[in-house]
Design a protein around this ligand. Sequence first.
Ligand code: AGP
Length: 607
Amino acid sequence: MCGIFAAVSNEFVTSTLVGGLSSLSYRGYDSSGIVIVNENGLQRRRAEGKLQALSTLLAQNPVEGYIGIAHTRWATHGEPSERNAHPHMTDRVAVVHNGIIENYPDLKASLERDGYHFESDTDSETIPLLISRNLDKGMSPETALREAVSQLDGSYAIAAVFADEPQTIYAARYGSPLVIGQGAAGHFISSDSIALSRVARNLCYLDDNEIARITVNEIGITNAGGCTVSKELKPLIISQQDQGKQGYKHFMLKEIHQQPEVMRNTLNHYCDAATFTLKSEAFPANLSHFERLSIVACGTSYYAGMVARQWFERYACIPVDVDIASEYRYRESPFSPNTLALFISQSGETADSLAALRYSKEQGLTCLSLLNVESSSMAQESDAFLRTLAGAEIGVASTKAFTGQLLVLLLMSLQMGKASGRLDERAERELIQHLYTLPVEMAKVIDEMASIDKVAESLVHSEHTMYLGRGMSFPLALEGALKLKEISYIHAEAYPAGELKHGPIALIDNKMPVVMIAPPGPMMGKTLSNLREVSSRGAQVILISNGSGIEMARQHITQAIEVPETDALLQPLLYTLPLQLLAYHVACLKGTDVDQPRNLAKSVTVE
Ligand code: AGP
């Protein structure tokens, strides 16, 4: 969950470290800190709150040097506070850590018995204390680190600096990402590659159980047994689009606007634009052999799975289960051997999804993942993975990754239908041809939503909201409600519209705005009946529909968001856009921190 950045350079590193943390802030932002090694030894600065607090502290109490480590935190063990902020240190070693040390109570007890004192409530502080105990036994810094990590259960990405070896940074990983960058001025370590783009030209990823010894001129990598591992440095390629906010007020808004491009890139990756056919080679070969599909994910990725269930049932004719990862692994449901387990994750690091993947592997299932980060742990541990081509998603609220997931899942369902002979060539061509209109249709919807801020004004003072939809619009309602909750902090519930009268209708009165998602199609009539049920009980209804849907419901709605007429296949992708923009504008009107909402982090690496 946290972000790590480190630098050993020919130039002063403090501002580079803070710049690195700024790029990594999406990973956690409740406190931050740095340690610089200079002629005065290990010099630490830490501050509670967002990175600005650390910058202010550094302006008041500057520190400089050519080598240092830095960290931005999302609290797991111990409240957000300066005392619990990283780096944790003794007078001999300072450490930043991302991950969870599961056996820390035992390790802590053993360290305390030996007279080592904890200053924080964190599991992470175990690491510098273990290393210090090893140093005190006479071990070299590298051996002390190697011995210490061999005692850790759980996951870790670590960067460490030593008072006795002031020109070297050590890094180690197991289960949490770490990438090493090489630049003109020196070497850098980061939790992701984008944060390296300002300083590095080449990079390599550290693999599990490896330890790196990094100086300004050299990177030496060894495995758990101490044997040298040779790694090729590859050019660091970060698209211009992925860097900065590109003139948008927030990353979230930029990412909403990037969706047409994401659709285009996805289509070109998985389809042949000349023939309007699927590129079968872009999918795993044996998809048609499976008799059941089990989709597992968390949050927005889970809702993508819920939407996609209907595509898999329709086009591939395969029964589908969709599970929340944190529930699935404890459910002990019987598996049929011909089940394909499909894990969906933007980050590829979500602890519950990763644990569910490991559990499925233990049960002997074939595990396929749909991921946005190719270097992630889930990519490494899956039997195969498919890529969403969303590019870096920095806003904590997922937007382009969701629509990217939807499109790949739709294409995968078509590929499964094709491979099993259920989808003929003509149908394939027609469907893909429709999908190629998606980038233009999406751009049109986003452009025509300029007036959505008026609708947002009507929600901004609400304490509660209800989102309703039927069929695929139900998971969209869940996603719309999640977006509103996480960035505007307004309580939002979502229900299948038909379920309303079985309980939730008791909540309806004139203080409960209802967002009704009613695209044209066989469900529309029934959804509009549900709309009348809530409006006659006083609810202020915001209807998201096409022109004729809005016309039909005119007397019963307070406001409407019109989505242009579109092919039914594109509806879930297009109807997502007003939901994202509505939440965004409500949050802006409320003045919340859109990209870094309270209590959240982008990549949830704790269970
Ligand atoms: C979405 O807006 C959320 N921030 C969150 O629900 C997210 O989708 C969830 O944590 C899963 O993350 P993943 O896709 O990286 O696995």
